[in-house]
Design a protein. Structure first.
Length: 261
């Protein structure tokens, strides 16, 4: 049974309070009935509205086999990128504002044209034509549910996908010439290699994630707009770092992203 309007509002305010108060909740009360992914998406939209922030794009999660296994998911999900979370490399983050420092090395895109809602599905060529640039990026996962990897995926989604700062690298406009599935990805923290991966870990090709999102939004009667940024999911798993360090994500020809925390 779908959540009632009252349950939805109480769940959204639970997350909103945790996010604004910078603390983690242990669990979502069972009486709120936050179980389905559909309800989680509705709660997340209300959480975003309560934030009062402008949405500047979308982050897509569970696009790699590893993260789908971790979360018990069989398909991706998406959340919203809030304006205050978008920053450029090199970035200097404030650790006290982060409950977790989960580093995910991801391929991102910036749209150069709208992909409006419509009846017909979008093809890969249409989505590619709407893309202005591709970027290396690091998403800093900041969950407001304690031990979120062990909790229901609906709770993760309701927390706007455990969003945190998104550190965006320099744009590459000639991105079609890059072999996206073969992009080599390494993540080093304090000079030590901690994760390795490749572009194919994001649904086989980061562009596939863009097509998935465009059509998911289309089916929801929504679209995407020029200038919005889309992060396509981790290519090298997740690494939980401690405060007081620095990280470097290297994406080969796509470029590098650096951050301190």
């Amino acid at each position: 049974m779908p959540m009632s309007p009252g349950q939805l509002e109480r769940a959204a305010r639970l997350f909103d309070a945790a996010r604004k108060g910078n603390y983690a909740i242990d669990e979502v009360p069972a009486e709120l009935g936050l179980d389905s992914l559909e309800d989680a998406a509705r709660v997340a939209e209300r959480v975003v509205a309560l934030s009062g922030e402008r949405v500047v794009g979308f982050l897509v999660g569970a696009t790699s086999p590893e993260m789908q296994s971790n979360l018990g998911a069989d398909e991706p999900y998406y959340a919203h990128i809030l304006e205050s979370n978008l920053c450029s490399s090199p970035a200097d983050l404030v650790p006290r504002s982060l409950l977790t420092i989960g580093l995910e090395s991801e391929v991102a895109f910036t749209l150069g044209a709208d992909l409006p809602a419509r009846a017909a599905p979008y093809s890969a060529d249409e989505v590619a034509d709407a893309i202005r640039s591709m970027h290396p990026s690091v998403e800093v996962v900041n969950g407001h549910v304690r031990d979120w990897l062990e909790k229901p995926i609906a709770w993760v989604m309701a927390d706007n996908g455990t969003d945190g700062p998104l550190v965006l690298g320099a744009p590459v406009e000639g991105w079609r010439d890059i072999d996206r599935p073969a992009i080599p990805v390494t993540l080093s923290v304090n000079g030590e290699l901690v994760r390795e991966g490749r572009g194919a870990n994001a649904l086989g090709d980061p562009l596939n994630v863009m097509v998935w999102l465009a059509n998911r939004r289309r089916r929801e009667g929504k679209g995407m707009e020029a200038g919005q940024v889309v992060n396509t999911g981790t290519t090298a798993g997740i690494f939980f770092a401690e405060p007081g360090g620095e990280a470097l994500a290297d994406f080969g020809l796509l470029g590098r992203v650096s951050l301190t925390f």
